[in-house]
Structures are given as structure tokens and as C-alpha cells.
Design a protein around this ligand. Structure first.
Ligand SMILES: NC(=O)c1ccc[n+]([C@@H]2O[C@H](COP(=O)([O-])OP(=O)(O)OC[C@H]3O[C@@H](n4cnc5c(N)ncnc54)[C@H](OP(=O)(O)O)[C@@H]3O)[C@@H](O)[C@H]2O)c1
Length: 278
């Protein structure tokens, strides 16, 4: 990965920030994209201080023009693109019966359309370099995650898009990697949208028991180097859940409901009450 040009969306926090340091440490030239420019500049400075090469670019991936400009800036600065990591994302927590439509649109705009825009504009350069498109989906992109309809739908959409892109490019040399992290300690539950679109502002889970963003980044780095197709992280909530969802889907659905209804203040407790009341 030395001197390879790597675009990382959502590089201001969590997995994206850890990826920036991981690729930077291996000598890649990293383009850091997100909305919070101050945080990006701090990360850019830290990577440069460590002898690496980085450029921070403010980019809201839900805006097509900003994605086009971000790719242009990458080419102006570094002259090529070898890896695009579509990592920027937001989550939600609310029952479908309560959630406002705007929240579902926002989830699709950031997670799905953000991936589509960045991939569309970077693709000609990635085809030229026989590079890699990486999509950070989630276990929620394999199974229905209750109280996260918009999140699961956006991750399933990313999954379908990336799988199709891979088949279309079987003969072009483009590598497509689909990453499905399990629960990872990060900001994602703080910024998750509630039914009305406000940020949740707290995490309903014990973040200290989760995989670290740095571990996820290391595994993604190796999967890019080895041009793997798929990376599913964590054993029980990740690999086993995805495996059994194909053979025992009802069991996985019940387990998923049970697990998520135990979260602090889970909207699913209300879904159970409604059911009993009926
Ligand atoms: N943490 C988990 O448990 C977990 C599990 C499975 C999958 N994932 C996926 O992993 C990815 C990274 O999440 P994380 O856990 O690292 O969460 P995080 O710490 O909240 O980071 C999310 C990143 O996405 C960026 N982002 C959000 N909206 C954006 C927008 N409109 N345009 C550009 N950037 C935007 C944020 O930056 P700004 O706010 O500065 O824009 C931030 O850098 C997400 O796709 C998430 O769905 C996470």
C-alpha cells in the first residue's frame, strides 16, 4: 500500500479515523473526507507529523456535487486513486411505525447514495489503477435489524449495489470488498437518529465490550491488501449470525429481537407491549 492513494469517507471519527492512521502508517497517501473539517485537519496534521501523506477535504457524501469535487481534489493533489473506502455512515433507533419519513430519506442519502456518488466519480480512476472499492456495510446489511429499518435498508442497498458492481467488473480487474463490522466502539450510536430525526446523544450499549475501531481498521487493511471479497467481523453477532440467517432465519430473527430489546430504552419494548395489548 506504500504510495497508493486511498480515499476514506467518514474519516473524522471511529472506523474511518482508524483507517486513516492504518493506511497512513503503511505509507499510503490518504484523502480524508467528512463534514467536520476541524477534526479532519487534526488527523491530517497527525499523519503528516508521523511522516505520512494526507489531505483533508470537507465533503458531505449525501451531496453529489461535493463527492464530485472531493474526487477532483484527490486527482489534483495525488494524480491517481487506488482505493476508495465508502465508510461514512449514520444509524437510527426507532420503530418504523413511529419514525418520520425524513429520517429514512437521510439514512439512504448518507449510507446508500453517498456510496453511489463517491464510487461513480472515482470509478474511472479505479478502473485505470485496477484498484479497490470498499463498502463498510454492517451485519444489518445481511439480517433485518429491528428498530433500524432505515439503517438495515440502506446497508442492504449498499450490499446489492456493491455485489452487482463486482459482477459487472469481473473482467476489468476492479476489486470490490464488502466489509460487515459487528458492534464496534465508536460515535455511531451517539449520532444515531431517533424517530423525529434528533441525534440520540447517548449509547444504549456497553461500548467497552465491543471490538475497537483500530482492530476493525487493521482487518480492513489486510483484506484490501489480499483483495478479499468479504470481511465479516465478530464471531457470534457477525459470522455465526450471517451463517445461520441462511439456514435458520426464524431463529436468527427471534434472537435478534431478544438481543436488541434488552438495550437500554429499547423501542422494541413498546413493540412487545403493543403486541400483548392487541
Ligand atoms: N460502530 C459500529 O458498531 C458499526 C457496526 C457496523 C457498521 N458500522 C459502519 O461503520 C461505518 C463507520 O461508522 P463508525 O462506527 O466509525 O461511526 P462514527 O464514529 O459515528 O463515524 C461515522 C463517520 O461518518 C461520517 N459521516 C456521517 N455523515 C456523513 C456525511 N453526510 N458526509 C460525510 N461523512 C459523514 C462522520 O463524519 P462527520 O460527522 O464529520 O461528517 C464520521 O466520520 C458506518 O458506515 C457504520 O454504519 C459501524
Amino acid at each position: 500500500m506504500k504510495d497508493k492513494v486511498v480515499i476514506i469517507t467518514g474519516a473524522s471519527s471511529g472506523i474511518g479515523k482508524a483507517l486513516a492512521f492504518e493506511f497512513g502508517r503503511h505509507g499510503s497517501k490518504v484523502l480524508l473526507a467528512a463534514r467536520n473539517f476541524e477534526d479532519l485537519k487534526t488527523i491530517e496534521a497527525a499523519i503528516i507529523n508521523q511522516g505520512g501523506s494526507a489531505l483533508a477535504v470537507k465533503c458531505d457524501v449525501s451531496k453529489e456535487d461535493e463527492c464530485r469535487d472531493m474526487v477532483k481534489k484527490t486527482i489534483n493533489e495525488f494524480g491517481r486513486i487506488d482505493v476508495l473506502i465508502n465508510n461514512a455512515g449514520i444509524s437510527m433507533r426507532a420503530l418504523f411505525q413511529d419514525v418520520e419519513m425524513e429520517v429514512l430519506h437521510r439514512l439512504m442519502d448518507v449510507n446508500f447514495w453517498g456510496t453511489v456518488y463517491c464510487t461513480k466519480f472515482a470509478l474511472p480512476y479505479l478502473l485505470h489503477s485496477h484498484g479497490s472499492v470498499v463498502g463498510v456495510i454492517s451485519i444489518a446489511g445481511h439480517i433485518g435489524m429491528p428498530a433500524r429499518t432505515g439503517y438495515s435498508a440502506s446497508k442492504f442497498a449498499m450490499h446489492g449495489f456493491l455485489k452487482t458492481l463486482r459482477v459487472e467488473n469481473l473482467k476489468t480487474g476492479l476489486h470490490v470488498l464488502i466489509v460487515s463490522p459487528g458492534f464496534t466502539a465508536s460515535n455511531i450510536r451517539m449520532t444515531a437518529l431517533t424517530a423525529t430525526g434528533k441525534m440520540q446523544g447517548e449509547t444504549p450499549r456497553d461500548e467497552s465490550k465491543m471490538m475497537s475501531a483500530e482492530t476493525v481498521a487493521r482487518k480492513i487493511y489486510l483484506a484490501v491488501v489480499h483483495r478479499r471479497r468479504s470481511l465479516i467481523l465478530t464471531l457470534v453477532e457477525g459470522k455465526l449470525t450471517v451463517f445461520f440467517s441462511k439456514w435458520l432465519p426464524g431463529l436468527v430473527e427471534r434472537a435478534s429481537f431478544r438481543r436488541l430489546s434488552r438495550e437500554h430504552d429499547s423501542p422494541l419494548q413498546k413493540a412487545e407491549v403493543n403486541h400483548v395489548a392487541d
